[in-house]
Design a protein around this ligand. Structure first.
Ligand code: BG6
Length: 406
């Protein structure tokens, strides 16, 4: 079991032996890729075996934990309190593997190493922002876990919120773990809280039914192993939110995540405002499209800027065109696995790409209200979408409210 003192004693002895043989200096990094309910037991057992204490000569002991950190704010607090009774916050590395992705880190480089985009990055020029995490897979044998989580806890509260923070944050004063995380927390604190009674106006949740994915018939969510045949857990969520601060006042952010959608695509799409005066409204060709910038996180990693151009010819005719950057072409090799980078950073003691406790707290405070709003609803009305399609028709309701889905 996770609390077997003999096992932890044996582990301590083994690590000491490795230190002696290989001169590893007494440093310890414990990676807890276990159900979160086991975190408190394990950290206490590490403490009882003396494994939590840095040794002599400046050696250290750290712990890496995986999401989900709890299932709401209260349970996250319990877990974090239990961990922090043993390990100092600076020794706790909470993983969100999205932060280990090169393209996610590039959001900050794109914004803060270039002079030409940042002046546009605000309510004056941005009409709305869409953040999409679409997956073709279903629950992949993790039905029992997913039943408890739903895509809101599984992805929205963490992966999508992290993308949102990096897109919306102010420039940090330095490239320092806390300077960056301070700015992310400010975004989370600026999120306009949703009243539970308004949740259905700004969210759509749905579940996939049987359909076709990758050319093969696939079962509906309720037929998956470990899932209740009357489950009301969502496998799709779309949510329109606002970052109420100077930069983003009035700009809707539309976040959506879904399983069993037709394509695997994670991207951030910024749509810019229209020109102030439509000189070319009578021109032929397609209707001038608003400018947009698409940051393709995966799988086709790259950046696309869409703008309008004149189609050659004597008549004024306008056509949307695109400028593309592809990571594969530019850099010629596949990016390293997210976990490679993150585990190396934990060894090096760099917390920049890990989630600080106040980030977890703020994210749950926001999401708790959505969950509460849903609890008050008649969930038997949960819309269904056919596996292999772009989610439920109900999501179009958000379109009508000013957010574009495509
Ligand atoms: C995990 C979620 O954190 O992220 C999974 O638990 C999801 O449900 C996965 O499929 C997506 O990760 P990636 O790297 O494939 O986008």
């Amino acid at each position: 079991g996770f609390d077997d003192p003999d096992g932890f004693r044996a582990l301590a002895e083994r690590l000491d032996a490795i230190d002696r043989e290989h001169g590893t200096g007494g440093n310890r990094l414990f990676y807890l890729a276990v159900p979160p309910s086991a975190f408190p037991t394990i950290v206490r057992a590490l403490q009882a075996a003396g494994l939590d204490r840095p040794g002599e000569n400046g050696s250290w002991s750290r712990v890496v934990v995986e999401k989900p950190i709890g299932h709401d704010l209260a349970s996250a607090n319990e877990l974090n309190d239990a961990i922090q009774e043993v390990f100092d916050e600076r020794a706790v590395f909470r993983i969100d593997h999205y932060l280990g992705k090169e393209t996610v880190q590039n959001l900050l480089v794109f914004r803060f190493a270039n002079a030409i985009f940042e002046p546009l990055w605000n309510t004056k020029y941005v009409d709305h922002v869409q953040i999409t995490v679409a997956e073709t897979i279903g629950v992949e044998g993790r039905g029992a876990y997913f039943e408890e989580a739903g895509i809101t806890r599984d992805s929205l509260q963490n992966h999508l919120f992290q993308l949102l923070c990096l897109v919306a944050m102010e420039p940090p004063v330095s490239w320092d773990a806390d300077a960056i995380r301070d700015e992310k927390v400010k975004v989370l604190r600026a999120l306009r809280p949703v009243e539970p009674s308004e949740v259905s106006d700004v969210t759509v949740r749905a579940q996939y039914g049987a359909g076709v994915s990758g050319g093969a018939s696939v079962p509906g969510y309720r037929e998956e192993d470990g899932v209740s045949p009357t489950s009301t857990t969502e496998t799709y969520v779309a949510h329109q939110m606002h970052v109420d601060n100077w930069r983003w006042a009035g700009v809707p952010f539309l976040l959506r995540a879904g399983k069993r959608l037709p394509e695997r695509v994670t991207e951030v799409a910024m749509q810019f405002r229209d020109v102030p005066h439509r000189l070319f409204r009578h021109a032929g060709g397609e209707r001038p499209a608003p400018n947009s910038l698409i940051l393709r996180i995966q799988p086709d990693e790259g950046i696309t800027l869409r703008f309008d151009a004149k189609r050659p010819g004597s008549q004024p005719s306008i056509e949307p065109v695109a400028m593309n950057m592809y990571y594969g072409e530019e850099f010629g090799k596949a990016p390293p696995e997210a976990y490679e980078r993150l585990l190396l950073d934990a060894v090096l003691g760099d917390g920049t790409l890990f989630i600080r406790r106040d980030e977890v707290d703020c994210a749950w405070s926001y999401v708790d209200r959505l969950l509460e709003g849903w609890r008050e609803q008649d969930l038997s009305e949960l819309p269904e979408y056919t596996a292999g399609t772009w989610g439920p028709g109900e999501a179009q309701v958000l379109v009508a409210k000013g957010c574009l889905l495509y």
